[in-house]
Design a protein around this ligand. Structure first.
Ligand code: TRP
Length: 335
């Protein structure tokens, strides 16, 4: 069976964008591939953070992924598999300083740190971030990596690192990982459809995947449709387009077609559109919310299960490291 690997940083709550852009796809792929899904806490140390918050967010992300339908056996926490950081060191020695300097995400985050309210140092961990990402992938010899387009450059680097390692050590050891780009629907803030749906803008601007039904209904009911600034013939307003986009993302293609017909003939009532969108979202999210509550009621066992699955997944990573040690001239560990 071909192997899939993908990872997510423990950033706090999953929102609709994360779900449609990544997690939904991860869940689906489990039926066809051997999947390794990581919550990458080591990656989250590259930007300023608080220790207690990191631990809390790591568990939060684990629970939310499970609630969405990720199988516990496929899920691990990165720092519980120390071979990631170990391999990262070795890979850093076949990755040039120049290559890392060209990473646009590093440049963007550096800019963020320089211009943020609190001036913060740019860590060398942030610079090394893409090497650790390459290690995440290569340590499992993953064939495919589902990611968004924003990760294209990092994936390219992982392939280059794998190729350089293979050339340098004259082995066809590492698999060249292929990205599986996922289509991410462009969701906008319901409260301000001139902006992207995003957690950083505040509560009103994103739909929580685990929110309660009444809140979701209210958010959609009060979603901005026309701003009054649209001129005749300028086409569908951003707010209305966003509502239609949400319907498609929820898989309600028939309802979408019918309402779009109404829109085209000028007979659409926004109230009907909003009601349909709200019910589609409630139908999608409430089972997740219920599952999350059930998992939270059984916290201790769920945590133990993920510590166990991480240990099990670690065996694959250990096997790779044993071989990598031999190939690169390091001494073998005591058996
Ligand atoms: N850098 C990825 C992101 O920001 C997260 C990530 C870390 C990742 N390691 C990975 C994604 C390995 C795919 C494979 O989204």
């Amino acid at each position: 069976m071909k192997r899939i690997l993908s990872c997510i940083q423990p950033t706090g709550d999953l929102h609709l964008g994360n779900y449609f852009g990544a997690v939904k796809n991860w869940v689906r792929l489990q039926a066809e591939y051997q999947c390794f899904y990581g919550v990458v806490d080591n990656h989250s140390m590259t930007m300023p953070y608080q220790a207690a918050k990191l631990r809390e967010n790591t568990w939060k992300m684990v629970f939310q992924l499970l609630a969405c339908g990720i199988e516990p056996n496929n899920l691990f926490v990165q720092s519980l598999v120390p071979e990631h950081t170990e391999l990262s060191w070795i890979l850093s020695c076949v990755c040039s300083f120049g290559e890392l300097s060209r990473m646009t995400q590093f440049k963007d985050k550096t800019e963020q740190l320089k211009t943020g309210d609190k001036e913060a140092a740019i860590s060398s961990g942030l610079f090394m971030y893409p090497v650790l990402q390459a290690a995440d992938i290569l340590v499992y010899r993953a064939d495919y990596v589902p990611v968004g387009k924003d990760q294209e450059q990092h994936l390219e680097l992982s392939r280059n690192i794998a190729a350089r390692f293979n050339t340098q050590f004259a082995k066809e050891y590492f698999v060249h990982p292929e990205p599986l780009f996922t289509e991410i629907p462009k969701l906008l803030s319901p409260a301000d459809p001139t902006k992207k749906m995003s957690k950083s803008l505040g509560e009103k601007h994103y739909i929580n995947l685990f929110g309660d039904a009444e809140r979701i209904r209210k958010q959609i009911r009060s979603a901005v449709t026309d701003t009054g600034l649209e001129t005749a013939g300028s086409g569908m307003s951003a707010g209305v387009k966003n509502l239609f986009e949400l319907l498609v993302a929820c898989g309600k293609h028939d309802a979408h077609a019918a309402l779009k017909m109404d829109y085209d003939t000028g007979s659409l009532k926004y109230k009907d559109l909003k009601e349909t969108v709200a019910e589609a979202l409630v139908e999608l999210t409430q089972p997740f919310k219920a599952k999350l509550e059930a998992l939270n009621a059984d916290k201790k066992n769920v945590k133990a299960q993920i510590i166990e699955s991480s240990a099990e997944i670690r065996k694959t990573a250990q096997q790779t490291m044993m071989e990598v040690r031999a190939i690169t001239g390091l001494l073998p560990l005591r058996p």
